[in-house]
Write a protein that binds this ligand. Structure first.
Ligand SMILES: [Zn+2]
Ligand SMILES: [Zn+2]
Length: 338
């Protein structure tokens, strides 16, 4: 089959790859569209420690069921589906307590095993979710990033009527704005890039510039209390440390952004008890795809419209361009028409 193959860092080509066969309990999905994520750029740039080359990236996958393996029942060929890329071992502690997103032996489709920048991909049948009527392939491929927003809102127990401060208006920050809004919360989005703030504003968030004025502006907007929920989606060390000042006493901080391995984050210890805040991490998503697909189908999530679609087989040029100019587009989706 045809695939966009990464042979080594910065070396991507469209070439031949053996057509995968669905094993027992697996399905073969003919790819319709696959989103390009920061995680794919890490593999492209050689900064993902788990990738071994050659590799096919792409974990935000929408497509059509093309074949099913043994022991798979109840899935009709031709069904439009999205692929949940995280495969847990089912045995380790996090898997046993329902957190396979943190599995000690996690396998990710598009990193540890071949992903969606290809004609087809295999996945366990339990990892596929039926796409509601009327969603295009490109739109459906957003089920994965939107699920990350759902997970973060669940982790932060985001509820109606409260302010949610979202730090960072990249693809995940934008998803967070709309997921929070769908829950009736009032998103305030902060970023430094004017284009991103403009998009955030169009999606319905109040926006603030993430410079020295941020803390004062957040306090002004929240009657001096701080935000009940702060969701960190930048991975920027300074932003992460500032969450403690931005959150209201008794509030919740959700860390979604990633800092580099080994980098410490310093919080003033007294604030933990003084403010009695809750700090939680949020990793990818677990059991969030159904809600994510429902949100996409309901029209409550519109940010996929800001994405730029490219033909799947132009992937090498698209990756080279995005590697050079990471903020040249908001989000890219590779769409297959052949
Ligand atoms: Zn992703
Ligand atoms: Zn596990």
């Amino acid at each position: 089959m045809r695939a966009a193959i990464m042979d080594a860092p910065f070396k991507m080509r469209v070439g031949d790859w053996e057509m995968p066969e669905p094993g027992p309990g697996e399905v073969l999905v003919s790819v319709g569209a696959t989103g390009i994520c920061a995680g794919d750029m890490y593999i492209y740039r050689g900064t993902n420690p788990y990738a071994s080359y050659p590799v096919i990236g792409g974990h935000e996958i929408a497509g059509t069921v093309a074949a099913v393996g043994e022991q798979v029942t109840g899935i009709e060929l031709g069904t439009h589906v999205v692929v949940e890329p995280f495969i847990g071992c089912g045995i380790c502690y996090p898997c046993r307590v329902g957190k396979r997103n943190c599995c000690a032996n996690l396998q990710i489709i598009g990193a540890h095993r071949p992903g969606g920048f290809a004609e087809a991909v295999t996945a366990p049948a339990k990892n596929i979710h039926k796409v509601p009527e009327g969603l295009s392939m490109a739109f459906a491929s957003f089920a994965e990033p939107v699920a990350i927003g759902v997970q973060a809102c669940r982790r932060g127990a985001v509820t109606a009527g409260e302010y949610v401060l979202i730090l960072g208006c990249g693809p995940i920050g934008l998803a967070l704005i709309e997921v929070a809004q769908a829950r009736g919360a009032r998103p305030i989005a902060a970023d430094l890039v004017p284009d991103r703030l403009e998009t955030a504003r169009k999606l319905g968030a109040d926006v603030l510039v993430a410079d020295d004025t941020l803390l004062q502006n957040v306090l002004d907007q929240t009657d001096g209390e701080g935000a009940p929920v702060v969701i960190e989606a930048t991975g920027n060390l300074k932003a992460m440390e500032q969450t403690v000042d931005l959150v209201a006493s008794g509030g919740r901080i959700v860390i979604v952004g990633l800092v580099k391995k080994g980098v410490g984050v310093t919080f003033p210890g007294l604030d933990f008890t003084r403010k009695e805040m809750t700090i939680v991490g949020s990793r990818a998503s677990v059991n969030c795809f159904p809600e994510s697909l429902e949100l996409l189908a309901s029209g409550k999530i519109s940010y996929p419209q800001t994405a730029t679609e490219f033909n799947m087989w132009t992937a090498p040029a698209v990756f080279a361009e995005l590697s050079e100019h990471p903020t040249s587009i908001q989000k890219g989706v590779l769409v297959r028409d052949t």
